[in-house]
Design a binder for this molecule. Sequence first.
Ligand code: L34
Length: 293
Amino acid sequence: MAAKIISGTEIAKEIREELKKEVENLKEKYGITPGLVTILVGENPASISYVTAKQKTSKNLGFYSIQDNQPEDISEENLLELIDKYNNDPSIHGILVQLPLPKHINESKILYAIDPKKDVDGFHPVNIGKLMIGEADYLPCTPAGIQQMLIRTGVKTEGAEVVVVGRSNIVGKPIANILIQKQEGANATVTVCHTRTKNMEEHTRRADILIVAAGKPKAVTADMVKEGAVVIDVGVNRIGKTESGKAKLCGDVDFEAVKEKAGAITPVPGGVGPMTITMLMMNTVKAAKNAGE
Ligand code: L34
């Protein structure tokens, strides 16, 4: 039987409806308008597309929202000054610096400079540390989105065998940490596979829930998936060009073949991507609430 398709687009919409009400409530009762700045350095087309979507969504929710574009050759010092400016701006509750940054800028240094209270990406070491000990304020957006998709689809994580493919700081490591927590929507047994893993398919075939963030098309094929497994595809790969000049998007999973074997699967586009954006909105609303307390 073909797998159920888990629509990130639909679940994201549902969450945004909830957030919209919260924003109205914050404005009416407390006079607080959530403020978000997204900083984009350079002109990477994928980054432009993601940041544009973040801006559009935040405006639709009624945020005060700024798009701050900086040239590719901005110095590290000037970028740090910019962050400092927003750290000290009370109308801004969330600061996002879109990654990747140009090579001459030290990414860690920039992420460390963001006030942890305004770190709606959840990338600051303080927030990563809190996540690890089960006291997270802000979960990184992509893993938070994955967890929400599982919860809202009714996928049971407690006691489940979860296998994560990929160990990046923004997806693999945090999602593994989130799902091992002694908390609702977690309590899973998690294995993390990566480029040095031996016999990867022996791990992936055990997974009740398989989360793939490998950054490579068809990194997971049907023979690597257990019958009935839930497959979450985090990849966003741009391959070839269509007639309109736009690249075609595909995930890290061989979708057509795997959907015949899995119990449920997320598509690309329309899967994890829209959830990432929505979790950024959720974190910003939370930051605005926290600032008001
Ligand atoms: N600081 N940098 C920072 N925070 C993040 O959370 C991100 N990420 C990743 C890259 N750099 C970042 C994103 O925003 C990846 N990412 C992201 C966000 C949204 C989408 C994909 C990746 C998304 O909406 N994808 C759509 C397709 C969009 C398109 O056509 O390009 C989808 O349906 O998958």
